[in-house]
Design a protein around this ligand. Structure first.
Ligand SMILES: *Cc1c(COP(=O)(O)O)cnc(C)c1O
Length: 397
């Protein structure tokens, strides 16, 4: 089988919902992946920020192996030891509260939206304020929370009760708060929106307003959570705690798992029967996520993420001085965005040709999210390729 045969299978049998790159990845180890023809790539955007520990981390693989010999799935009507232990672990790493498990980021956000509405139902409040340029997933309510017209067109009618304020503009949020507002939902670092980092004052002020008005502060950490920014959760940079937090992407470093974490003040809002997910937190994925927490701790990956994040910044700043089409370098830890004043796709394609996988979002922002296990040597290698790609592009514009 060759890549072109896989392309044909897709053409014949898979719904074309993705803009697809004609590369078939079949093997991964750490920061490296290989395609069907055996070409090697350095992966600085592993699995759309899912494989946070890199591909096939041996501890995650052996946890999955071990668990798969015992039991893969049980219904959530029975007690699940791995799920209970994972919930304990998440709470101990974040804030006193309770956890609901699901399978994806959108599902975690959807859970947060239902939770907020239920919380507001007694006082007749249901409106949720979200931010421009946000991304919260593709289910109908999460998509409405995302609020980008291009994603919503043709899918109307959309759910009611969402308003959009400007990110990092507290007055814009204040103006939207009305008698029906129940929550503010945002990403501490906007990922798909182009790696925009929330200002400390903005988050602190949001926290204060939500407390005063008995509204919920919901932080979507689906992309920024699980060590990505150098702290376990991005909000921990701010001395601000959310009421609700959503997790997914690298929570299982490769297996599909999402979570909604709710603080103790509101933990009694949902009672048995009000919300559910058949696969949510099953023994297999919960066991993988437990291994992820262990690896982050035992291999001191938060420290490595901070150090390698700084190291990567130095490289990117050097490139910014060299290439006039680089506008700005942003981000925290190993969640970096490089804003260009030209389209980023040719650079991403050029990088891939030379064996480096990165991403572009919002047309002009290169997104670089290497695994938390990345080394200096790998960063040097990757930045060599990026520089080369940028030089090539310079010669063609
Ligand atoms: C990716 C993402 C989602 C959606 O996650 P899915 O698993 O694709 O449903 C939600 N919120 C944020 C911040 C994300 O980055």
């Amino acid at each position: 089988m060759k890549t072109k045969d896989v392309v044909k299978l897709y053409e014949d049998y898979v719904l074309p919902t993705y803009a697809q790159i004609p590369v078939c990845l079949v093997k991964g180890k750490g920061a490296k992946v290989w395609d069907l023809e055996g070409k090697e790539y350095l992966d600085f955007f592993p699995g759309w920020a899912v494989s946070g520990l890199g591909h096939c981390h041996p501890k995650v693989v052996s946890a999955i192996k071990e668990q798969s010999r015992k039991i893969l799935h049980i219904s959530n009507n029975f007690l699940n030891l791995t799920q209970a232990r994972l919930a304990e672990r998440i709470v101990k790493e974040s804030f006193p509260g309770r956890v609901f498990f699901c399978n994806s980021g959108a599902e975690a956000v959807e859970g947060a939206i239902k939770f907020a509405r239920k919380f507001g139902s007694e006082s007749g409040r249901y409106e949720i304020i979200t931010m421009k340029n946000a991304f919260h997933g593709r289910t109908l309510a999460a998509l409405t929370a995302t609020g980008q017209k291009k994603y919503l067109e043709g899918f109307e009618p959309i759910p009611e009760g969402f308003k959009q304020a400007e990110f990092n503009n507290i007055n814009s949020v204040k103006k939207m708060i009305g008698p029906k507002t129940i929550a503010v939902l945002l990403e501490p670092i906007q990922g798909e929106g182009g790696i925009h980092v929330a200002d400390g004052d903005f988050l602190k002020e949001l926290r204060k307003i939500c407390r005063e008005k008995k509204m919920l502060l919901i932080l979507d950490e689906v992309q920024s959570g699980m060590g990505r920014t150098g702290k376990m959760f991005a909000y921990q940079h701010y001395n601000v705690e959310p009421d609700l937090m959503t997790l997914a992407k690298s929570l299982g470093s490769g297996v599909p798992i999402g979570a909604l974490v709710v603080n103790n003040k509101v933990k009694n809002v949902l009672t048995p029967g009000m919300h559910a997910s058949t696969f949510g937190g099953n023994p297999l994925v919960a066991r993988a996520a437990l291994a992820v927490f262990d690896v982050i701790k035992n291999e001191r990956l938060l420290k490595n993420t901070q150090d390698m994040g700084d190291y990567l910044s130095t490289h990117l700043e050097r490139l910014r001085h060299k290439f006039s089409f680089i506008k700005e370098v942003r981000g925290r830890g190993l969640m970096k965005g490089v804003e260009l004043n030209i389209s980023g796709k040719p650079i991403v394609d050029e990088c891939r040709a030379f064996g480096l996988l990165i991403n572009v979002t919002q047309d002009k922002v290169l997104r670089i999210l290497p695994p938390m296990t990345v080394t200096k040597k790998q960063i040097d290698w990757a930045m060599g390729i990026l520089e080369h790609a940028m030089l090539t592009i310079t010669n063609t514009i």
